[in-house]
Design a protein around this ligand. Structure first.
Ligand code: 6PG
Length: 253
């Protein structure tokens, strides 16, 4: 049974997601003195980041104790319009102003294979997992594309099958660009994974992804199952429109 929270509309979804981030950050900072958060890219989370930076939420998190990571990045410079880092910097980081050493962006401007290797080293350093143990994010925030991709794990792409490396670089035909991405093994080691999905264009695919009986190829978003953690799908009613009754908790928001 998937843990699905349905919100009346996109605004209610973002408020619910902001409250969840506050709750997880507060808990992690109280217990471990820091909040290790892998951000999602794309466009949906922009509204969430802006809401967290607003007067309504900005004072509810001790931002100096938050470490920002990325679940994936486009292989472009940090000021490029496609950069996931730039999107988060403009919507959130320039307001909350975390210490520079707490912002761990994937270096999209570097050679992709080297950047993936370097980011794996950053993860091992920050999480203290020099040996075989896996970095355990307090939260990995993810989106889902209409094709069922998540982070930069695209259908049929090599990183979705990777079981050893923490971070990979690959050229994605469907978007005609190089991407950097956490691999499923890294994402699934997280304590909390939250998918943020909004809009009618995702409804069919969301129903398919949540229907674990799906025949044929497994979609990347279906590879996300935290081994020792919790997975929550936070969606609006438009995205939830095709879910069957068994998957639909009482709507909220
Ligand atoms: C990216 C994202 C990607 C995104 C999905 C959904 O770099 O594009 O990490 O995985 O989450 O494409 O994007 P939207 O939320 O904008 O639809």
């Amino acid at each position: 049974m998937n843990n699905v929270a349905v919100f009346a509309d996109q605004t209610a979804l973002m408020v619910g997601a902001a409250e969840r981030v506050v709750q997880l950050a507060t808990d992690a900072i109280e217990k471990r003195g820091r909040f290790m958060w892998a951000l999602a890219g794309g466009s949906t989370p922009r509204e969430l980041y802006a809401l967290l930076a607003s007067e309504r939420f900005v004072h509810q998190i001790d931002w100096a104790r938050v470490h920002f990571f990325w679940g994936d990045e486009r292989c472009v410079p940090p000021d490029h319009a496609d950069s996931n880092y730039r999107m988060a910097r403009e919507a959130l980081l320039k307001v909350v102003k975390p210490p520079d050493e707490h912002v761990h962006r994937m270096r999209g401007e570097d050679d992709p294979v080297q950047a993936a290797h370097d980011y794996e080293r950053v993860l091992r350093e920050q999480f203290g997992t020099a040996g075989g143990s896996l970095p355990r994010f307090d939260l990995v925030l993810l989106g889902m594309g209409a094709d069922g991709h998540t982070a930069s794990l695209f259908p049929g792409s090599a990183p979705q099958f990777e079981t050893r490396r923490l971070v990979m670089a690959h050229h994605v035909e469907s978007v005609a660009s190089w991407r950097l991405t956490l691999t499923p093994v890294t994402i699934n080691a997280a304590a909390q994974i939250v998918f943020l999905v909004a809009g009618a264009d995702k409804a069919g695919r969301l129903a398919q992804v949540l229907d674990q009986r799906t025949e044929g190829k497994v979609l990347p978003a279906q590879l996300i199952h935290p081994g020792r953690g919790e997975l929550t799908w936070m969606v609006d009613t438009d995205a939830a429109a095709r879910l069957d009754r068994g998957q639909l908790p009482a709507a909220r928001g």
